[in-house]
Design a protein around this ligand. Sequence first.
Ligand code: ADP
Ligand code: MG
Length: 262
Amino acid sequence: MAKVHFEQVSKRFGSGPQAVQALEPISLAIEEGAFTCLLGPSGCGKSTLLNILAGFEHPTSGQVLMDGLRVRGPDSRRGVVFQQGALFTWMNVLDNVAFGPLATGKSAAEAARIAAQYIEMVGLSGFAKRFPYELSGGMQQRVGIARALANSPEILLMDEPFAALDAQTRELLQEEIKRIWHETHKTILWITHSIDEALFLATEVVVMSARPGRIKAKFQPRFAQSNDPAVVASAEFVRMKAEIFGLLREEALTAQRQETER
Ligand SMILES: Nc1ncnc2c1ncn2[C@@H]1O[C@H](COP(=O)(O)OP(=O)(O)O)[C@@H](O)[C@H]1O
Ligand SMILES: [Mg+2]
């Protein structure tokens, strides 16, 4: 039994001639402990799909099941990490991370203990008393990840979490998130525009078509278990990358045509 089932999930925004069909009926199963990456051109419905699983949006038709139960709204069993940290600017790192545990009724001491544990996991032990504006973009994203983990979600939902970071920071954080995934065994749904990132991290890569989003292809790369950053140079990695690049390029061209025709 999969952890998550998207069952014929479609989404239409608005009505009448202005309506946008964001997703065609999509069915997708996500196994417990899987690291699933969604790739697809801008506007193809990736965020919509993630937001439906998060419970922020409701499908127009179909349903999403988690552990066999229908998703009806946000739930602390699904943690969301946003593209820009979305941290509380007036709280230090410790208080940002402790916020969730406190909100769910933990004592201040217990919340601080949990926060310290995840701050250490993301490599920010020396920065607990700093404020978000004192941190680099990469460090803010680490805090965002620690904050999501502190609520002990079963699934982590991450919508282009590293998109705003420079290439070097991004690569280092990819290794970090892989280590955290190995340590915590969380189920992860991850949106990215980077084929390399998807192949390096994912147990399943789902390539989506241009709007209305459909599943165009699925790949099961074998690099998620490896801690060696050099896997990106292996023949299998390069071959898969070329294949996905071709698929995405077709869809990006379609998406571009859609934009200019509107
Ligand atoms: N709240 C909304 N109202 C109207 N249209 C929306 C809304 N959210 C997304 N859309 C449209 O749905 C399509 C898919 O959006 P989105 O899921 O954000 O794509 P992606 O994340 O793949 O770039 C886009 O055409 C977008 O403009
Ligand atoms: Mg998006």
